[in-house]
Design a protein around this ligand. Structure first.
Ligand SMILES: Nc1ncnc2c1ncn2[C@@H]1O[C@H](COP(=O)(O)OP(=O)(O)OP(=O)(O)O)[C@@H](O)[C@H]1O
Length: 920
């Protein structure tokens, strides 16, 4: 059955390209077939595989300058492609088609790279200062901190990048290659991983494909490519096959008959010969760095980090000056001042960020098949508060079925379906599209049931569907009518009507006046309002000609009627939309489809469509005005790729954290513009390759899972930052105060640093924590002001507990020992610091938890370990080594009271903070 396309289209396409009638094409982008012929003598080609020199000894030349025949002979290939054996040999000899810059970074390089982290740099500087004043103990402990944090960080990143690479393999791009089992066998088209391509392979290109290597076109139909990555030019560029290139065209920087790796197909299709792979491609030579704008979360974390670094840098001179002025101490205080600055550093931040993200991404891949290709995108996912998506396949199943075909009067008319099938069949056939469009499949399926046969016509030329023009055109010859060509056009109702001058009704073809046009649009609106998808069909007769057809020929058409298709709603969409709304994520549908169809789909899924906008009404708006207009709407219909990108950009610039879910070539600019780009695994190559997150299926439920995982990781990182910084700040305030009040240093530098090491180790638990449901309810945003308020408030509370401990310690030591022994003071304070830190970890974390009734496993364990070290270390043999002697029992008793009071204050403050932050 000719209308059953699935399978036969992608796996084996026998010999159609060589046997079908071929003609120049329909638009400014002509269909071209490079028939091998003769041309200039080649003069030296770079990429010729060894052993593939032309038998005529013609040497070589630039692939762009040779004739097709010369090039094929030079590469030992042919229009039917290589044999599997030849391809295998070439792969072994010349290696895989991968760009060297993409090879993974080794662990030692990562280790060196982690030394460039700002916190590490500051620590190293402080270590050097300590060494310069011969404070070797401090310098050694700082070095241990640096090495531990770099090993953990580079190890974590290395592990994360290896698992990411393994995950990326699952969504690796493939190329459609034409190969033969042996010399005598017919060519078979099959998908192979892009890295398996070799020079001489013949590949097929279709809309959305990434150009997998440097290629010379053998045939092309309406082919345009985006080559912005190579040239910076954002508009698609026409490409066509040329058999014998002129000097002028071959000498162009981007010859029209060559496609280069790094570009992608915007529309049309082509068959091409691979002329360079891997390191020999142009892309490998000048791949421009693609820097992404920092996400809001990254910006907040960096902002906080730099504030701390400034604070750390002013800390040692400040301590020195204050100590000098008030206590008359000199440079001997420097190691202590350095240790205080080190105590402020959240040096585990990069480690915890990487570990939390990698863990979240791995769990997501394991549980729902969602692959996060760029690790920080997991944060961005957690932060999105607006999700833009297309309609087809997201809200609907993308399995349209023709409901009926009607003429201009709205009466059933099988002829309309017959012409639509002619259009679908010949556009698919002549354009050699690797994957048929679902609307075309539906039309062919329905027409097959009516026994309509497009093969009665001869296909002449075709221009496949173009999302900007929104029409597809086939030029055919009716049986026996050699002097006439028939243009058969189908597409979006408004776009087809714009090209019509008359309409067919009751056997006549009256002029299409404005009133009839309005009437036909209203007919379409009624169909759309009941949720139907619509295709308008029109034809025109033209005298036969051999020259190319252009877009200008698509006018003066006769409107035939409409095809109405029903695309059932996706079963899980309604529930997923509801969950997204409850998570505080606003959904916006940006579609190329009819406004009525999109609004009805939203309505049926329980998403209030409100006022439905069409992209042409937004044309004049930009920036803030556009964001306001789009902010109010749920559906924007009739969007082109550029409209979708403008809308996403406007939302982002208005401060919304924006995600975009799309899978087609017309979604590409919007995917690039979004904070997080999400694409299903079945999306076109270029969309999938550029996406931050790849879903197993185009399913909104999976997005909810991904958002939850993102919020979980971000919540852990935010909790780490809040807890660490507030208790570090508290300790630093208390140490400075004690330093000024006491006749001796409140803690020795080595004690400060050991205490810091214990804190750091315990806080690693945050990377493995499971935040409670409260963290999942809203987008995770770190608001720096609120954040600073938090750390100041809790820091002061912590410092108050510390100061109370001084008093207690002084009292206990004085009553029992009769003197203020610094070693006992140090031990007492060490214990108190670690115990308060453990309490902060437990209470600030469990404050949220307790309300939700779940116990935090890893954090709880870390808290117990930290408390145990705090109590036992000064009592152990290590205590005296670090300059600490056991405080009297009375101290522990009084400390318990202080801690109990601190615990109550902390729990109350934390509950108040929770109430306020949940209310805001
Ligand atoms: N193969 C095709 N041939 C002719 N017309 C088509 C074809 N595919 C789509 N159209 C028309 O173009 C319009 C816009 O299609 P487009 O692919 O841009 O958006 P969509 O897939 O319907 O929506 P979404 O962007 O939500 O996925 C459709 O409403 C339809 O009328």
């Amino acid at each position: 059955m000719w209308w059953r396309w699935s399978g036969c289209w992608s796996s084996s396409w026998p010999t159609a390209p060589d046997t079908r009638p071929r003609h120049p094409s329909v638009t400014s982008v002509p269909e071209t077939t490079a028939v091998p012929g003769t041309g200039r003598t080649p003069s030296g080609i770079r990429d010729v595989p060894a052993g593939h020199a032309p038998p005529d000894g013609s040497g070589g030349g630039e692939p762009a300058a040779l004739t097709t025949l010369q090039l094929l002979r030079l590469l030992g290939s042919g229009p039917r492609g290589l044999t599997e054996e030849q391809a295998g040999d070439l792969l072994v000899r010349h290696g895989e088609n991968t760009v060297p810059a993409w090879r993974p970074v080794s662990w030692p390089r990562r280790f060196l790279g982690s030394l460039r982290d700002p916190f590490t740099t500051v620590l190293l500087c402080l270590g050097l200062v300590s060494a310069a004043v011969a404070s070797w103990g401090t310098a050694c402990v700082i070095m241990v901190l640096v090495v531990v944090s770099c090993v953990l960080r580079s190890g974590g990143e290395h592990h994360a990048s290896r698992s990411m690479a393994a995950l990326r393999e699952l969504v690796a791009t493939t190329a459609s290659v034409q190969r033969r089992a042996d010399d005598a066998a017919p060519p078979q088209t099959r998908e192979i991983p892009v890295d398996q391509l070799v020079v001489g392979d013949v590949v097929r290109l279709g809309p959305g494909d990434l150009v997998p290597a440097d290629l010379r076109l053998l045939r092309a139909s309406g082919l345009t490519v985006h080559q912005a990555a190579l040239t910076g030019e954002s508009a698609p560029v026409a490409k066509y096959a040329v058999d014998a290139p002129s000097d002028e065209s071959a000498g162009l920087p981007e010859p029209p008959h060559m496609c280069f790796q790094g570009s992608s197909v915007a529309s049309g299709s082509g068959t091409a010969l691979v002329v360079a792979t891997g390191a020999d491609t142009r892309f490998a030579a000048y791949r421009p760095p693609r820097r992404r704008a920092q996400s809001a979360f990254d910006r907040s974390v960096h902002g906080i980090a730099w504030t701390l670094i400034r604070f750390m840098l002013i800390m040692p001179p400040l301590v020195l000056m204050a100590d000098g002025a008030l206590r008359g101490r000199g440079l001997e205080t420097l190691p202590f001042a350095v240790a205080v600055a080190v105590g402020l550093t959240p040096e585990m931040l990069p480690v915890i960020v990487t570990a939390a993200l990698a863990r979240g991404a791995a769990a997501l891949a394991r549980t729902s098949g969602v692959i996060v290709k760029r690790l920080p995108a997991l944060h961005d996912l957690g932060a999105i508060d607006v999700l833009c998506l297309d309609k087809t396949g997201t809200l609907t199943q993308d399995r349209p079925v023709v409901e009926r075909a009607v003429d201009a009067r709205g009466r059933p008319d099988p002829d309309v379906l017959g012409w639509a099938a002619v259009n679908s069949f010949w556009t698919l056939e002549l354009a050699e599209l690797p994957v048929p469009d679902s609307l075309d499949e539906a039309v062919l399926e329905a027409a097959g049931e009516l026994a309509a046969d497009p093969l009665e016509y001869d296909g002449i030329a075709a221009l496949p569907f173009d999302p900007v023009r929104r029409v597809a055109t086939a030029v055919v010859r009716r049986p026996g009518q050699h002097g006439t060509h028939t243009l058969v056009v189908k597409g979006a109702v408004e776009d087809v009507l714009d090209r019509c001058a008359s309409f067919r009704a009751d056997g006549a073809e009256p002029e299409l006046d404005p009133a009839t046009r309005e009437h036909l649009l209203a007919l379409a609106d009624r169909g759309a309002a009941s949720g139907l998808r619509l295709l308008a069909v029109a034809v025109a007769e033209r005298p036969a000609r051999s020259g190319a057809y252009t877009a200008a020929d698509l006018r003066g058409l006769t409107f035939l009627g409409l095809i109405e298709l029903r695309d059932a709603l996706a079963p899980s969409a309604a529930a997923a939309l509801d969950v997204l709304a409850r998570r505080g994520v606003e959904v916006k549908v940006l579609t190329g489809d009819h406004p009525g169809t999109a609004a009805r789909a939203c309505h049926d899924l329980g998403l209030d469509p409100g006022e439905v906008l069409t992209a042409d009404r937004l044309g004049a708006l930009s920036g803030e005005a556009l964001a306001v207009a789009v902010g109010r709407a749920t559906v924007v219909a009739r969007c082109t790729a550029q409209d979708k990108a403008r809308i996403v950009t406007a939302l982002r610039e208005s401060g919304r954290s924006t995600g975009f879910l799309g899978d087609g070539v017309n979604d590409l600019p919007a995917l690039q513009a979004a904070d997080v780009s999400i694409c299903p695994r079945g999306g076109v190559d270029v969309a999938r390759e550029g996406a931050d997150v790849v879903l197993a299926e185009k399913d909104l439920t999976a997005i909810d899972g991904a958002i939850t995982a993102g919020r979980g990781s971000s919540a852990n990182i935010a909790a780490y930052l809040r807890i660490t910084l507030s208790s570090n700040l508290g300790n630093v305030i208390a140490m400075l105060a004690a330093g000024l009040l006491l006749p001796f240093l409140p803690m020795l530098p080595a004690q400060v640093l050991v205490q810091n090491l214990c804190f750091d180790a315990a806080q690693l638990a945050f990377a493995f924590d499971r935040p409670g449901p409260a963290a999942m309810r809203r987008p995770t945003v770190l608001r720096p002001r609120a954040f600073l308020r938090f750390i100041t408030a809790f820091g002061v509370l912590n410092a108050t507990a510390d100061m109370a401990t001084f008093a207690v310690l002084a009292f206990a030591v004085h009553t029992t020992a009769g003197s203020g022994d610094p070693q006992i003071f140090h031990a007492g304070w060490f214990t108190e610091n670690l115990l308060t830190q453990a309490m902060v970890m437990l209470l600030l974390r469990a404050g949220r938890r307790a309300a939700e009734g779940r116990a935090p496993g890893p954090v709880q364990l870390a808290v117990v370990a930290l408390a145990a070290v705090g109590v036992l270390l000064p009592l152990s043999p290590l205590g005296p080594l670090l300059g600490m002697y056991a405080p009297p029992p009375l101290y522990y008793l009084l400390l318990a009271v202080v801690l109990a009071l601190y615990g109550v204050a902390l729990a109350a403050a934390s509950a108040r903070y929770l109430r306020r932050s949940q209310g805001s």
